[in-house]
Design a protein around this ligand. Structure first.
Ligand code: MOS
Length: 735
């Protein structure tokens, strides 16, 4: 089915199941610990043995020799895989560095060997007996130093410079201007479930039970890496304990498990130990961002400039931190530019809301700074600079843009009028109190997505697609979609996900998953409705599917009876025409935060957070709220604690475990609230929904940083905002 004209009224609009707050249908499995995660498929392949990875202890150079003799002789060891005996390996399209290194080493903790043994402990003990002798080369590890050599990324048109009007002239002549530089550090996904895979070969057929967001991408990349046809690869990933972009791609656990299983002739399971994950896998790259804003005295932006520098391994990609600056605010004279430096740190890649999450950390503090220079309320400054069209291409309207409504409602519900415009002036005992806000913005993307739906003689509808549920609630919204379309209660729908033997879906990434994958199920259900109507000799277009019945032309039939003489199976995909070219499709919101800062120690406490979101139809307000709250929490981490510390001499992230890489916990944020605007966006898809899971993180960190500024009068432009950066400029203590 092709979606190339805006949606009209369709069965989803009934809103009997879709749009209602539903508990997760997979909740009982998860809360009872019986949903099998990647490492826990104990019964799928008999005779599983254990692989333990050995990872490089240099950032760049070559392996001179690997001595595996002692490891080979260790108890229980069945085999050892290295680049020297693994055979010729390719590289996945989505991978920048090889997943098994050697003899060349491309980054610290790049895998160099896998030890396979009867037990996990034997594999781990033997891994420590492997001696690797390296020749170390010099590398570039310092973004600030490499900045001068950074180049315009050449990989895609989207990453090129943009320029409209006369930015330099308009900035020079603007009566009010801001020119500030912000830095964001490298971040780690730090998902709960470590990367893990079980590999089994049956002849030349490989099955991988793994933890992966994008099944079809990864089937292709496993095949490319191992040099086998993709038809010979099956990936199974039904439950995923978080990904945040870290599992968009095949990682070393999958490739090592496959190689280990081949070497020893048994199924092999590999998990990356937590201390190896951070340097072995991917991370959100650090940025340096310069923002220049010029405005009239009334606060109209006339010059808008945003430049960002980031680094990656040779052949890698930039952090696209300027993307929102092309769309979020009006202003006739504008420019954006990204520069990419070659760094020999581990591979940089997508992490939740790549681009906007980092870009908004800078832009929305810059807007706060500009508002202060203008003596204007920060909410009003944003409203004055709203645009209903793509500022670089004014002939392109937004499909829908309710930024102003989000900000007004947020200000009202949060009690923004209680904010003191003068920083450092509101005290409660020893605490300095501040409020901050930021706009939320993230683009909506649609991806082609297919599904199969089956109707059994028992009236149960089964949905099958290779879509993944990374903790987001996909099982539930797909069940809601099928229930609404087929007119059955939620309990009569079964959903099976994450298996490459099912039709290829959008996968989970870039907040495109929910809208795209439900649209795929919608398309398949339209086909199934036609099949059912055909069985009953009814007209599919006028038939109503409700309460387990099919009603048309004076006939009433039980849905289940359509499958009485055999299961009905329908399959289709949703594809998209050029509506996303004609209309800019984005999601909007407002973040509001109140903090308290200890006047003596500068300890920062978030007191409450509110997000108001505009993202089309909200398919399941309960799981959408959980997504946004999770994203706000992640944004709090980015604002106040998360930073991968780079060892600039040796080229690795020093704090590579959860003891050193701090992420927020419940106790860090006592109160969070989320409001969704009641709306639908018919230009986007028949679901009239948009992504929301990444919108929730975009802008949060800036809202917190702005609140800290409002509390203390100390402006920190170097994330995370920690007490050491505040202390020396804190207001004088009063008695
Ligand atoms: Mo998201 S960073 O595209 O999983």
């Amino acid at each position: 089915m092709k979606f190339d004209t805006p949606a009209t009224t369709n069965p989803i609009d009934q809103g009997k199941v879709v749009g209602r707050a539903q508990d997760r249908i997979d909740g009982p499995l998860k809360t009872t610990g019986t949903a099998p995660y990647a490492y826990e498929h104990h019964d799928v392949a008999p005779g599983q043995v254990y692989g333990y990875p050995v990872c490089a202890t240099i950032a760049k150079g070559r392996i001179r020799s690997i001595d595996t003799e002692a490891a080979k002789a260790a108890p229980g060891v069945l085999g050892i895989v290295t680049a020297a005996n693994a055979g010729k390996l390719g590289k996945g399209k989505m991978n920048t560095a090889h997943l098994l290194g050697g003899p060349e080493i491309q980054h610290y903790h790049q895998a160099v060997a896998l030890v396979v043994a009867e037990t996990f402990e034997q594999a781990r003990a033997a891994a420590h007996l492997i001696k690797v002798d390296y020749t170390r080369s010099d590398g570039a590890f310092d973004l600030a130093k490499a900045k001068g050599q950074a180049k315009m990324p050449s990989d895609s048109q989207d990453n090129k410079d943009t320029a409209h009007g006369d930015f330099a002239g308009a900035f020079a002549s603007a009566p009010v201007k801001l020119d500030a530089t912000y830095t964001t550090p490298d971040h780690s996904h730090a998902m709960m479930e470590p990367h893990a895979s079980i590999a089994q070969w049956e002849g030349d057929q490989l099955t991988l039970w793994t933890s992966n967001q994008m099944i079809a991408w990864s089937v292709g990349d496993v095949a490319l890496t191992l040099g086998i046809p993709k038809e010979k690869v099956r990936l199974v990933s039904p439950y995923i304990g978080g990904g945040f972009g870290g599992k968009l791609f095949v990682r070393s656990d999958a490739v090592l498990a496959a190689l280990g299983a081949k070497a020893v002739g048994r199924p092999v399971k590999v998990t990356l130990p937590r201390p190896l994950i951070i340097n072995n896998t991917t991370h959100r790259p650090a940025t340096l961002q310069r923002i220049r804003l010029g405005a009239t005295r009334e606060g109209k932006i006339t010059a808008f400039g945003h430049e960002s520098w980031s680094g990656d391994l040779e052949g890698g990609q930039p952090e696209t931190a300027v993307s929102q600056s092309q769309l979020l605010y009006a202003g006739e004279n504008r420019m954006t530019a990204m520069r990419l430096a070659v760094l020999d740190l581990p591979e940089g890649n997508a992490m939740r809301a790549p681009g906007e999450a980092s870009g908004m950390m800078a832009l929305e503090v810059a807007m706060d700074e500009l508002a202060e220079k203008l003596a204007m309320d920060p909410v009003e400054l944003r409203i004055v600079n709203d645009t209903q069209v793509d500022p670089n291409h004014p002939e392109r309207p937004f499909s829908q843009r309710h930024m102003v409504q989000c900000l007004r409602m947020g200000a009202d519900k949060f009690g923004w009028n209680q904010r003191s415009a003068k920083p450092g002036t509101r005290r409660e005992g020893r605490w300095l109190i501040g409020m901050g806000m930021a706009t939320a913005f993230r683009n909506n993307l649609n991806m082609k997505s297919a599904a199969r739906v089956r109707l059994g003689a028992d009236g149960v509808v089964t949905v099958q697609t290779d879509m993944t549920d990374i903790g987001t609630g996909t099982y539930t919204i797909l069940a809601q979609t099928a229930a609404e379309m087929m007119g059955v209660p939620l309990e009569r729908v079964k959903v099976e996900l994450g298996d490459s033997s099912f039709p290829v879906s959008a996968g989970s990434g870039g907040q495109w998953g929910a809208n795209s994958s439900t649209a795929g199920v919608y398309a398949a259900c339209v086909k199934l409705r036609e099949a059912v109507a055909g069985k009953f000799g009814m007209d599919a277009n006028s038939a109503r599917f409700e309460d387990g019945l099919v009603v048309a032309g004076g006939q009433r039939k039980k849905l289940a009876d359509a499958a009485a003489d055999g299961e009905l199976v329908a399959e289709d995909k949703m594809e998209y025409g050029d509506l996303a070219k004609k209309y800019q499709q984005s999601t909007f919101g407002g973040h509001f935060v109140e903090v308290a800062v200890d006047s003596a120690t500068a300890e920062i406490r978030i007191r409450r957070m509110l997000a108001v979101c505009s993202a089309g139809r909200i398919l399941n307000p309960k799981s959408a709220r959980s997504q946004v709250i999770g994203a706000m929490t992640m944004g709090a981490g980015a604002a106040l604690m998360e930073e991968l510390v780079v060892d600039k001499r040796l080229g690795f992230f020093v704090n590579h475990d959860l003891a050193g890489y701090e992420v927020p916990v419940h106790a860090d944020i006592p109160h969070q609230e989320v409001i969704f605007l009641e709306e639908t966006d018919p230009i986007v898809s028949p679901m009239k929904a948009k992504g929301v899971g990444e919108l929730g993180i975009c802008g949060v960190a800036a809202a917190i940083a702005n609140a800290v500024y409002n509390a203390t009068g100390v402006r920190v432009r170097d994330y995370p905002v920690t007490l050491d950066k505040l202390l020396k400029e804190m207001p004088a203590l009063t008695a």
